[in-house]
Design a binder for this molecule. Sequence first.
Ligand SMILES: [Fe+2]
Ligand SMILES: [Fe+2]
Ligand SMILES: [Fe+2]
Length: 427
Amino acid sequence: MLRHSIRFRLNEILLSMSDAIDMISPQLNRHHQKVAYLSYRIASEIGMSLEQQRLVLMQGLVHDIGALSVDERLSLIEEEQPDAVNSHAFRGARLLSKCRPLKALADGIRYHHLRWDYGRGMEFLGRPIPINSHILHLADRVSVYFDDAPNVITKSSKLMEHFSKGENTRYSPMLLEALAELAKREYIWLEMSDREPIQYLPDYVMEFGKHDLDDFLQMARMFSRVIDFRSRFTATHSAGVAHTAGKLAELSGMSADERKMMLIAGYLHDLGKLAVKNSILEKPSKLSINEFDVIRSHSFYTYKLLSGIEGFHTINQWASFHHEKLNGAGYPFHLKGEQIPFGSRVMTVADIFTAVIEHRPYRNGVDKQQVRGIFEKLVKNGEVCEAAVDTLVGNLDVFVELCNREQQLAAEDYESFFSDEETAVLV
Ligand SMILES: [Fe+2]
Ligand SMILES: [Fe+2]
Ligand SMILES: [Fe+2]
């Protein structure tokens, strides 16, 4: 059993979040790692402290966390549209500012598309703007400029020609000077164009500290919003699954820490859905076989994304095996019986329960009698765990009420996430 003293490394958590966000748009080719890499190089070139260098590196890893659709993401690689690009920055900052362990990242990200504008970009509506925002802005644009470079070295020698056009309006001259220095060093551009730019940074720079289970729970909850808010139809799913699974864990006699682990696993179980296109997620009718095959890949990607976090093995299994079935007919690993840990069995029951009682594009949720019938059949077929089902069905009123309440809260969060109060000031 996991002891409360276990701590998770923030660099591994952020790298896995960064990879997850980049899965939404593979065309962008590790955009977040590139921006993080270059932001760090610029910060170190202008002599910022190690702490500040780390902060901008962390911000780079998740800077577009508020851009949830592929279209929105692809529009970010084109010329900047002041209002449109700012709304994803504001939304990302709003998500992060509500998450205590990542709160410090919010401010720099909120303004990462603000123009320098002859120094006017040092403030916005009377608020001082962190230099990190301007670093991220420049690194972001340079990384987009490099994305399709046939020859990186040739392109790096032309870099300043491109970026000194309109320099005083868009970017800080001090940062452009730093960029000009970096432009002379081929290795920087070769490293940045590699598949994993971050691997070239010294280990001590990637020391972001460690976090306990409670902090991780907050981060998982925040990230569940990124997973769910891509579509109105999934907007509250992970919240329902997490709390159903957490309550099942509690009623099954698992410890308080294990309940937290179950909540985390529930929040992240569909992480791999970031690799599935919105057109499939939002399809108003039943899926075709091909589309269903695409969906079936998602729990594999959840497994892959979470496997980079040390100490996370159990939570990863609970999250990623939620489509495995006791009789071996599940996916993607086709595990059987004892190969499926109890926590994963609980997750499967929580996922099915949440899915059948919530409304989907092509059908309404089912009533309690139907829930009983569905699970009875699943147990009879040897697909799901009888003990977990007994706990659920034996307390059905509690679970329906809990799941509805948590999904209602998530729905309110969804509405406020897309409300434009803050961004309205930009128009
Ligand atoms: Fe952005
Ligand atoms: Fe970006
Ligand atoms: Fe799933």
